[in-house]
Design a protein around this ligand. Sequence first.
Ligand code: BTN
Length: 221
Amino acid sequence: MANYKLIHFDKISSTQTYAHELIANGTATDGTVIVADSQISGYGRYGRKWISNTGNLYVSFIYKMENRNPKLSYAVAVAVAEALIHFGVKPKIKWPNDILIDGKKNSGILIEYSGDFVIIGIGVNIKSNPKLSEYETAKLIDYTDVDKDKFLSILMKKLEIWLYADFTIIRSKWTELATGLNEFVKYRGTVAQLIGINEDGALVLRIGSEYVTKYGDEISF
Ligand code: BTN
């Protein structure tokens, strides 16, 4: 289990960028947690902007990890989803790790590797949600009364469970919480049936009569 050390900022460029800096200057330790009330340049997957106004949760966890682990993103997704369930909401996971409430994105997870570490960035819309043209968003306050500190403490407990769980259990929980299984989705412009994830953490799709496995990337419904 990680020995947590929490660093808090009222405002920062990005908790994720700060984590990269700590690793680069040799001061990062396993279990460093960077949390900020707001971010000026928060970012998500594919370098997309993550709008980061006060009231929501913006956190990056640093863990020692020498090798990439394709299963990690599922463990984190399940941990975030379970934290939401703890507060009485019913989230769904859109492959690989977007967390939706009523089909609208509530939380985002960004996993980046640097040196011997992995940085797990998590953003949860609690008090506000940005209006975006790409997809709909949801905020927690519309479903339950929770503040970001309470949410963070439950999230940390859930991460402690799921980061160290056996992948068979993670996969089964992820599958239980996943949205769109067996539905037809778009993967890189091709229509494919979403089958699930395999024991190695790869996405399994059926394209025509062929089953294919993929890592990374995105699907759209
Ligand atoms: C995504 O869905 O694209 C992932 C979004 C991740 C956002 C979080 S907020 C905390 C951390 N700091 C960042 O700049 N990004 C991540």
